[in-house]
Every structure is written in C-alpha cells, then in structure tokens.
Design a protein around this ligand. Structure first.
Ligand SMILES: Nc1nc(=O)c2c([nH]1)NC[C@@H]1CN(c3ccc(C(=O)N[C@@H](CCC(=O)O)C(=O)O)cc3)C=[N+]21
Length: 287
C-alpha cells in the first residue's frame, strides 16, 4: 500500500474539479440573473459503445451539478455522415444550444475531422475545431481542448513554475499531446513531444520537470524513467477486469515525483469540469 508520507504529493483531480465546477455554477447563476440565459450543451453520441456512453453520462451529470441544460442526441451506429452533418447544422442554428460535444471515437465509416469542422467554432466546447486549434497555436487561447486545459489549471493551482522548465509530453494526439505542447510553449516551457516512434523515450522523460503522459499504454512510465521532483500528469486510462490503470506506474513513481495525478481521480474529472467551463464561455459570448 501507499506510504502515507507520499499522500501530499497526490494532485486530487476530484477536489480541483469541484473547485472549477463551483466557479462555473456561480457563472451560470450570473448569466441567468443578468441576461436570462441558461447555458445549454448538446452531446452527440453515435452508436452505443459502452465506454462512450459512460463518458457522456459523466458529462451530463456534471451539467446537472453546475446548472447547465444538457440535451442528449443519439444516432444509431449505421447512420450516415450526412445525417450527422444535418444534426450538427441544426444544433449550430439552435439558439438554446451554446456548446456542442461530438463524442469520439465515431464508428469507422464516419469522417470525424469533417464532422468536427462542421461544428460552429463558437460552439466548439471541446476545442477541437481547426479554427480554435489554430488560435491556440498562435497563442490566442480561447476554446482549447479540455484535458490539456485541466493540466494547465492544475499547474496554476499548485503554483508549479512553467517558464524555462523542461516539459515532456508522451503522446502526440490531436486531443491531448499536440494542444498540450502548444499550451506549455505559450507559457515558455521548453517542450519535447515524444510518441510511439521515439527511439529512446527514457532519455527524454529523465529530463522532464513536467511530464504529461497520454500514450494509452498501461504503466509505460516506470520510476527509473523520471527525475527526482518531477510533476507528473497521467492522462492514460486502461480498463482491465481488475481495475483502471494509468500510463504511469503510480505506486513506484510517486516516490520520486513532487506532484502526481492518480488514475482514476486525476485528470479525468478535471477534463469534465473544464468542459463545463467551456460551455459557460460559449454561452457568455453568445448574442
Ligand atoms: N468529443 C470528446 N470529448 C471528450 O472529452 C472525450 C471524448 N470525445 N471521447 C472520450 C474521451 C475520454 N474522456 C474522459 C472524460 C472523463 C473521464 C473521467 O472522469 N474518468 C474518471 C473515471 C475513470 C473510470 O472509472 O473509467 C476518472 O478518471 O476518475 C475519463 C475520460 C473524455 N473524452
């Protein structure tokens, strides 16, 4: 079991998420009393993948907690790209819908890129639209992807210095790795992005003051791969019969880390809380 002297090193994502949700709830109340607007999120789920259904449910429950109106749109797995685009178009034109979340992944025969581009950039609560991604790249952070935004929020809450620090990201996905790199660069970290083709991962991770791991490989990061005092964010989730595992060998790595997120209860809840913040932002900017 975990030595209790390490407990203060754990970044509790649930506590941070509660704090963010509290801010959102009060923002929602202000918007309602000042402008008579109740923020609304439309979620689109295509097919009935159990994990995706679970994630959408988590988001709906968060909406309930903060007072955002959530509407659930379900399309059968065998519906067409055209039907999906028609739904997105109707939601783009719906004044009561301020944020649109298209749950990923989509079934094989869809083009997720085309669908995400069809979402109005102003309603892009996920921050996945190329327009919002482009703004992020030039340092104008508005609607940014929720998971990296949550990591930045945690760094701020814990007063972790970023400027001039070595930040290493493992994973170069469009949803986590690439936007995370941009957000850390915007804060003047020296950023390295590693991925599946990196030939000596340890060479990079050993130099990391801030390490963000989003590879989706259970316990990829071992204690001998991290620097003493590193701040570590574990974005991976691997579900097995006996439990949920992160990309970091938490029990051993915590002995070297100064701060570390657990799985579950780390980056996941924070991601959902940032989504709530983004829906509020969309509603505040709506006409
Ligand atoms: N358009 C889109 N936006 C997303 O934000 C998005 C998506 N598609 N597709 C799937 C991923 C996954 N994702 C998670 C959200 C919360 C937890 C979360 O809160 N997990 C809990 C429970 C973990 C468990 O028991 O499974 C935790 O980590 O403590 C996890 C994963 C959002 N995603």
């Amino acid at each position: 079991m975990l030595d209790e002297s390490y407990e203060s090193r754990i970044i509790d994502g649930k506590v941070l998420a509660q704090q963010v949700e509290e801010e959102v709830r009060s923002g929602v109340e202000d918007l309602e009393s000042n402008r008579g607007i109740t923020p609304g999120l439309a979620t689109i789920l295509v097919g009935d993948d159990p994990a995706s259904k679970m994630y959408v449910r988590l988001k709906h429950r968060a909406c309930e907690r903060v007072g955002i109106r959530a509407e659930d749109f379900l399309l059968p797995a065998d519906s067409t790209q055209e039907e999906l685009l028609a739904l997105i178009d109707s939601l783009n034109n719906n004044k009561d819908v301020h944020g649109i979340l298209l749950q990923l992944p989509l079934p094989e025969h869809f083009s997720p890129q085309e669908a995400m581009e069809a979402i109005s950039p102003a309603k892009d609560a996920d921050g996945f639209h190329p327009y919002n991604m482009g703004k992020l790249m030039i340092g104008d952070e508005g609607l940014v992807p929720c998971t990296p935004h949550g990591v930045i929020r945690a760094l701020e809450e814990y007063n972790v210095p970023v400027k001039g620090k070595n930040a290493v990201i493992v994973g170069h996905s469009n949803v986590v790795g690439k936007p995370m790199a941009a957000m850390l660069l915007n804060r003047n970290a020296s950023v390295s992005v590693c991925h599946i083709f990196t030939d000596d991962l340890k060479k990079y991770t050993l130099g990391a003051d801030i390490l963000v791991v989003a590879a989706g490989v259970k316990h990829l990061i071992k204690a001998d791969m991290v620097k003493e005092g590193a701040v570590i964010f574990d974005v991976g989730i691997t579900k097995e019969e006996d439990g949920v595992y992160g990309d970091v060998d938490f029990e051993n790595v915590i002995k070297k880390a100064s701060l570390i997120t657990p799985v579950p209860g780390g980056v996941g809840p924070l991601t959902v809380a940032m989504l709530m913040k983004h829906v509020l932002m969309c509603a505040e900017k709506s006409l």
